[in-house]
Design a protein around this ligand. Structure first.
Ligand SMILES: [Zn+2]
Length: 199
């Protein structure tokens, strides 16, 4: 049986596959970030966890709402460093720029992997320099640095498979039906009418 896949379904499958890839990378990535920033991360304004990040958003907003005369030196420092941009309904800290195209986003530590990995995909699984360029185009330096601790399984696999030949790994997961694997069988040599592949 052959079925046409709607673009929506294809998008959803693609998204789920990317999420699965990210979740696989997450433990290693988080451990490396932790080693990089350690206990300092709560006070270090460059890398904030989501709680501290939202706190900073509130502080910047409050400073933005104050009349100039009432600004404390702390307010001024915040406004010099940050602005707020609402991206898809979420308040994000950005560098303060007159031209929105120059804005660089700060990202809470919990979302760093998404920022880095999405840029890596955007760069077509590009190598370090292409991924770095893509990340840095839109993100603060802390996110750019985080890129170097990310490790894409697919790219690692690509490197290995060229050396050892292609070996398909089965997908093992603890929950039933939480993952699936689709095989595409090529029957172009013996097509069934117009159909040349079996899924
Ligand atoms: Zn990759």
């Amino acid at each position: 049986m052959a079925m046409a896949m709607s673009p929506e379904v294809a998008d959803e499958i693609r998204k789920q596959m990317l999420d699965a890839q990210k979740n696989k990378m997450r433990p290693k990535f988080d451990a490396k970030l932790e080693a990089m920033y350690g206990d300092k991360r709560k006070d270090n304004a460059k890398v904030q966890d989501i709680e501290r990040y939202m706190q900073t958003v509130r502080e910047v907003k409050a400073a933005q709402d104050k009349p100039k005369k009432q600004l404390t030196s702390l307010d001024r420092r915040r406004l010099k460093k940050y602005s707020i941009y609402n991206l898809k309904g979420k308040d994000r800290l950005t560098t303060p720029e007159d031209d929105p195209r120059l804005m660089r986003y700060f990202v809470p530590i919990e979302e760093m992997l998404d920022a880095v990995f999405d840029a890596h995909i955007q760069a077509g699984h590009g190598g370090n320099s292409r991924t770095y360029k893509e990340v840095c185009q839109h993100h603060s330096r802390s996110v750019c640095h985080a890129m170097f601790v990310a490790m894409c399984e697919k790219c690692a696999y690509k490197q290995k498979s060229t050396k050892k030949g292609i070996v398909l790994k089965p997908i093992i997961h603890s929950q039933m039906n939480s993952r699936c694997q689709v095989d595409l069988i090529d029957v172009q040599s013996k097509p069934d009418g117009e159909f040349r592949h079996i899924m």
